[in-house]
Unconditional design. Structure first.
Lengths: 318, 458
């Protein structure tokens, strides 16, 4: 795997391979010495044009557990805020000998531009681009689902027949996009639920079913997984919906609605959560919630991605 | 001393399919017919070439003053000549904005000095293109530049009351308002055509309705106040329907389509290559088909390039940060050839109409878009329809290279261009700036010396 830019690029075999390698990496975390020498001598740059402490430290932990040298490059406080272009920043990093660049950028497609540009030789990992994709989040979500559903027998398997409901701001969510494509590739059935203002006008390329009423969607789909997305505060100011109370009542996973879910249904959230808005304490803290698993699994999945893009002969496909 | 070299264009084909020799002398078509001879004339073997009236672009960004890093009046004029143009209308979004008589006169003077094409400045509708106060429309109309086209292009005159006043006020000077139809609130954060692909790519959507709603409002306003309206770069099938409806009601509206909207679709955006970033954005195949049909049936009156040069640093970046716009003067005729003529939708006399006669009429560009007849100004383009070329950097003659057609197979090639009787393109190569400037100066001097001497000069 040369780069990881989009889950839409992954074949089923490639996706399963990432998840299987992540299983191996997760095993490392249970050892006394939680470190592998695999990427010794390799330099990974975390190039973050947006604040995201969670994603950055998850990648940092993953790289360090593989013995890579890590450089954190935050756009704030660097020359980027003085107007340096993506091209110049990338060439600077290339001159410093970066082998891998983990990029978070507010512009959709920026990782793709970097990978196609010829400005750098480094492998590029998309850590979230604009309202486009967040592929490692989707991979860790799929990994979490697979572990919960198949336990120790997860290796080699997809998510065939699993019914997933994704609820919230589909229009602006890179998590929703990456999950829609990855879960479909792995054989799952995805339904998105949102107020019409937070759905793209045309979802035909998503390969998902669409509902605007959450209760109807739960009844119609009988979901194995309900994934709640974070609602950004600015969406309220932009009048996508009237106010937080109405959103929580209609599209939040409140305590009452949580109790109507089937017993087996998992509750997921990519974090950080707005408790009381899109999710209630009862749902977030229940044993069926995978929120903390997702964080832990994130490191294993990102180790797998860094390993597959940076170790050995990268020109080979997975 | 002659004012310029006489040219004998031999055996050229006209748009109605006949063959003729054309003798160009003293800035006009001096003789037509077969077997013409003229001592001292430079002979141009045009066997197999088509003669078109020099092309007229109603929508060109020359960037000067203020944007000389991407284009100047001189370099943009060279690009125009290379594409077979003999006149361009320079959009007002320079820096300073062309909203005063001083700026439009300067642009016109720079065009005259360069000498490749007639440069007609377009005046801004509103001061600083800000959309709040009318610019000095009267002063620009009465200036030496005699501005007749007014546009805030790049920005929509979105305030309905200002739009009404502008239509009324410009009418008083016999001009036309060229509207960039884009409802600003509906296009906040817009990055590409809104649809299934924008949803997939996570790019802000530019919905067709944001263009169509403004055109609908504007044709009704133009009707109400009895003014002329020209709609810039129509890009959607729905816009075509609105313009068709307006014309059926007898409303005085004209419309243009760009070459890129006749050929390219939004699918090109999928790789986030900012060469394909343009405003209005590339649309769907259905829109391309509707625009071609509309140009063929006259609903859309003209092709205008929206030639929008940008330096490479404005394009070598992430999609959101990249500038909107494409250069188009050098490739326009070939794109029309491919999309409209090779498809059988229109013939070459129609090409002459939509790329020369009609834009000259809408823009009131004197001496342009004239029929091929003795005594008419020698504004001519010789076009070789028989070749196919892979469009490349070597075919660009302006300062910027942000063409979406690089690497495309395009038919035809401009073989020669004549402006005011002298050659600006010879053997498919742009004539040196010094030579053209000297020719332009001679013609100007000849005019200053007056017609009295005309009898003796040859």
């Amino acid at each position: 795997m040369r780069h990881l830019l989009s889950t839409a690029d992954l074949s089923r075999d490639e996706a399963v391979r990432v998840l299987d390698v992540a299983e191996d990496m997760a095993d490392v975390a249970t050892r006394q010495v939680k470190k592998l020498p695999t990427l010794r001598g390799t330099t990974v740059v975390n190039l973050f044009y947006e604040d995201s402490t969670r994603t950055r430290i998850s990648f940092e932990a993953a790289a360090k557990r593989l013995s890579a040298d890590v450089i954190n490059f935050a756009a704030k406080g660097s020359s980027v805020s003085k107007g340096e272009s993506l091209k110049d920043t990338a060439q600077t990093l290339a001159a410093m000998g970066a082998d891998g660049i983990v990029i978070r950028h507010p512009a959709s497609g920026a990782p793709r531009v970097l990978a196609d540009s010829g400005w750098v030789e480094a492998g590029i990992v998309n850590a979230g681009d604009g309202t486009h994709e967040h592929p490692t989040q989707a991979l860790l979500d799929a990994f979490t689902m697979r572990r919960r559903l198949h336990g120790a027998g997860s290796r080699g398997r997809g998510l065939d027949g699993v019914r997933v409901l994704i609820v919230g701001d589909i229009l602006h969510s890179r998590v929703a996009r990456s999950n829609a494509w990855l879960l479909r590739t792995l054989g799952a059935h995805v339904t998105v639920v949102a107020p019409p203002t937070l759905l793209p006008v045309d979802l035909s390329r998503f390969g998902v079913d669409v509902h605007v009423d959450l209760d109807e969607a739960v009844a119609a789909v009988d979901p194995d997984v309900v994934m709640m997305l974070r609602i950004q505060q600015e969406r309220m100011h932009e009048a996508f919906f009237p106010n937080a109370r109405e959103y929580a009542r209609s599209w939040g996973l409140g305590a009452a609605r949580f109790r109507t879910l089937p017993e087996r249904t998992l509750v997921m959230h990519p974090g950080p959560m707005n408790r009381g808005l899109e999710i209630s304490d009862e749902a977030a803290d229940s044993p069926r919630s995978t929120v903390r698993d997702q964080v832990a699994n994130g490191v294993a999945v990102r180790m797998a991605v860094l390993y597959l893009t940076l170790a050995g002969d990268r020109e080979d496909s997975l | 001393m002659t004012t310029s070299t006489a040219h004998l264009i031999r055996s050229v084909e006209t748009v109605d399919g006949t063959r003729t020799d054309v003798l160009v002398r003293d800035g006009v078509v001096a003789e037509l017919g077969t077997g013409l001879s003229h001592l001292g004339a430079r002979v141009v073997d045009a066997d197999g070439l088509l003669v078109l009236p020099g092309l007229v672009d109603l929508h060109t960004h020359l960037r000067e003053p203020g944007g000389e890093g991407s284009e100047t009046v001189l370099t943009g004029s060279r690009a125009a000549a290379a594409g077979g143009y003999t006149a361009v209308n320079a959009m007002a979004n320079s820096s300073p904005v062309a909203d005063t008589a001083g700026v439009v006169e300067q642009v016109q003077a720079l065009g005259e000095r360069a000498g490749y094409v007639t440069v007609r400045p377009i005046g801004a509708v509103s001061q600083g293109l800000a959309g709040t106060h009318l610019s000095e429309i009267g002063a620009m109309a009465r200036s030496r530049a005699a501005v007749r086209v007014f546009s805030d292009d790049g920005h929509c005159v979105s305030d309905p009351l200002l739009m009404r006043r502008a239509l009324e006020y410009i009418k008083g000077f016999g001009g036309v308002l060229a509207q960039h139809a884009q409802e600003p609130r509906l296009t906040q954060g817009a990055q590409m055509n809104e649809g299934a692909l924008s949803a997939e790519l996570g790019l802000g959507g530019w919905p067709a309705v944001a263009e169509e709603a403004i055109i609908a409002r504007d044709v009704l306003l133009a009707d109400h106040v009895g003014a002329r309206l020209h709609v810039c770069h129509v890009s959607t099938a729905g816009s075509v329907e609105v313009v068709r409806w307006a014309k059926s009601r007898g409303i005085a509206v004209t419309a243009e389509v760009t070459p890129h909207h006749l050929l390219l679709t939004e699918d090109l955006v999928a790789g986030y290559d900012s060469r394909y970033k343009v405003n209005p954005p590339l649309r769907r195949q259905e829109d391309v088909e509707a625009l071609r049909a509309a140009l063929a049936d006259g609903t859309v009156d003209i092709v205008a390039t929206d030639h929008a040069p940008h330096a490479s640093e404005a394009k070598c970046c992430e999609w959101d940060a990249a500038a909107n716009g494409m250069v188009g003067l050098e490739s326009a005729l070939s794109v029309v050839h491919r999309t409209m003529v090779d498809t059988g939708l229109i013939g070459w006399s129609d090409v002459a109409r939509v790329m020369s006669t009609a834009p000259a009429a809408i823009g009131q560009v004197a001496g342009q878009g004239r029929p091929l007849a003795v005594g008419e100004p020698a504004e001519l383009t010789l076009y070789d329809r028989g070749v196919t070329r892979t469009f490349g950097l070597e075919h660009l003659a302006g300062k910027s290279s942000n063409s979406p057609f690089l690497g495309h197979e395009l038919p035809g090639r401009v073989q020669a261009t004549f402006h005011r009787g002298y050659a600006t393109v010879v053997d498919a190569a742009v004539v040196d700036s010094d030579v053209v400037a000297r020719s332009a100066a001679e013609v100007a001097a000849h005019h200053v010396l007056g017609r009295s001497e005309g009898a003796t000069s040859r």
